[in-house]
Design a protein around this ligand. Structure first.
Ligand code: UD1
Length: 345
C-alpha cells in the first residue's frame, strides 16, 4: 500500500476520504492551511481510525513552502488526492480573483511538485457544475460541458482542462471525479461539514433550521418544470464519495493501460426535488421544518442527476448509503455541533 498525500485533508470531503484511505490500509499525509477547516479534525480522525495523520499547515499558493514540503516528504508518496480549494459559489461571484488564485494557482503549484517528483497518480475534485443546465438527463461523462455559472465553477472546468493538457507531457495519470451533491456526515458524528456563516447549501440549511439556528428554510423557486415545481439534484453520502476516491486510486494503480486523464461522475443516479428532501428529512428525523417558498436563486440549474454507470463499471464503486442515511447522519452531526458550540464555525 502506498503513501497518499491528501490536500485539504481536514475539509469536509477530505476528512472523510482520509478515514476511508486509512481503513483501506493506505498511509496518509495531509496538507491543509485550515483557512476553511479546523485543526482538531486530525484528532477526530484518530478517534475514528486509531491512526495519527500528520497535517502540514501549508497554503498551496505558497510555492516555496510547498516545494520544501515535497523536498522533505516526497519519499514513498504514490498518489495525490487534491481537495484543497474554495467552494462557496456566492463568495466566488463576489471575489473571483480569490477563487482563481486559491484554486488555480494552488493547483498549478501542486502539479509542478507532482511533476518534479514523478508521482504516478492524481485524483482531482471536480463538480457536476461543469455540465451547467443540461439538456438531457441523466448526464454522462460525455455530456456537453457548458459555460460555468460562477467563478467557482470556472475553476473546476479550467482545473480539469489543465490536467487534460498536462498528462500529455508527464507520466502522472489523473482521475477527475465530478461530484453531484455530497451530503451527510460520518456515522460517528465526529466529522462532517462546517458551514461558514449562513449556509448556502440545502442540507446544512435544513439541519440548522431544524436545530432552531435559522428561523425558516426558503425553498428557492416553486415554478420549475419538475414534478413538484422545485429543483432536482442528485444527493449522495459523503462516505460514498470518500470510498470513490479509494476506488479511483486503486483503478489508477491497477490499470496502467487506462487513459492518462479520465473523468467519472459521482452521483447516486437518482434525482430528488427540494420538497422531497424536506419531507424525507421530516420523516426520517421526526422533526418538523418551517419553510416558505421564495424567488428562484440566480445560477440554479433546473435539474441534474448522474448517469453513474462508468464509475460503477470501471471503478467497481456503488453507493452504499441511502437517502435516509444521508439525512440521519446530517442531523446527528448538527446535533453534535449544537452540543459543542465552539466547533460550529
Ligand atoms: C451548489 C453549487 C454548485 C457547487 C455546490 C458545492 C450553485 C448554483 N451551485 O450546488 O456549483 O458545486 O453547491 O457545494 O450554487 N436550496 C433551497 N434553499 C436553500 C439552499 C438551497 O431551496 O436555502 C435549493 C437550491 O435552489 C437547489 C438545491 O436546494 O435547488 C440544492 O442547493 P445546494 O445545496 O446549494 O447545491 P447546488 O446548488 O446543487
Amino acid at each position: 500500500m502506498g503513501r497518499i498525500l491528501v490536500t485539504g485533508g481536514s475539509g469536509y470531503i477530505g476528512s472523510h476520504t482520509v478515514v476511508a484511505l486509512l481503513e483501506a490500509g493506505y498511509e496518509v499525509v495531509s496538507i491543509d492551511d485550515h483557512s476553511r477547516s479546523h485543526d482538531f479534525i486530525m484528532d477526530r480522525i484518530k478517534q475514528i481510525t486509531g491512526t495519527e495523520v500528520v497535517n502540514h499547515r501549508i497554503n498551496l499558493v505558497d510555492r516555496a513552502t510547498l516545494e520544501d514540503f515535497f523536498c522533505n516528504e516526497h519519499t514513498g508518496i504514490t498518489g495525490v488526492i487534491h481537495f484543497a480549494a474554495y467552494k462557496a459559489v456566492g463568495e466566488s461571484v463576489a471575489n473571483p480573483l480569490l477563487y482563481f488564485e486559491n484554486n488555480l494557482v494552488g493547483q498549478i503549484n501542486l502539479m509542478r511538485c507532482v511533476d518534479q517528483y514523478n508521482i504516478p497518480h492524481f485524483v482531482f475534485s471536480s463538480s457536476c457544475t461543469v455540465y451547467g443546465n443540461p439538456e438531457s438527463l441523466p448526464v454522462t461523462e460525455s455530456s456537453p460541458l457548458l459555460e460555468p455559472e460562477s467563478p467557482y465553477g470556472r475553476t473546476k472546468l479550467i482545473g480539469e482542462a489543465f490536467l487534460r493538457d498536462w498528462v500529455l507531457v508527464c507520466p502522472t495519470r489523473v482521475a477527475a471525479l465530478r461530484y453531484f451533491n455530497p451530503v451527510g456526515a460520518h456515522p460517528s458524528a465526529l466529522i462532517g461539514e462546517f458551514s461558514r456563516g449562513v449556509p448556502e447549501n440545502l442540507l446544512p440549511y435544513i439541519t440548522q433550521t431544524a436545530a432552531g439556528i435559522r428561523e425558516r428554510l426558503t425553498i428557492y423557486g416553486r415554478d420549475y418544470p419538475t414534478r413538484d415545481g422545485t429543483c432536482v439534484r442528485d444527493y449522495l453520502h459523503v462516505c460514498d464519495v470518500a470510498l470513490a476516491h479509494v476506488a479511483a486510486l486503486k483503478h489508477l494503480e491497477r490499470h496502467t493501460d487506462a487513459p492518462p486523464f479520465d473523468v467519472f461522475n459521482l452521483g447516486s443516479g437518482v434525482g430528488q426535488t427540494v420538497l422531497e428532501m424536506v419531507q424525507a428529512f421530516e420523516e426520517v428525523t421526526g422533526t418538523p421544518l418551517t419553510y416558505t417558498f421564495g424567488e428562484r436563486r440566480t445560477g440554479d440549474v433546473v435539474a441534474v442527476y448522474a448517469d453513474n454507470r462508468k464509475a460503477r463499471e470501471q471503478l467497481g464503486w456503488s453507493t452504499l448509503y441511502s437517502l435516509q442515511d444521508m439525512l440521519r447522519t446530517a442531523w446527528a452531526w448538527e446535533q453534535a455541533l449544537s452540543q459543542s458550540h465552539n466547533t460550529r464555525q
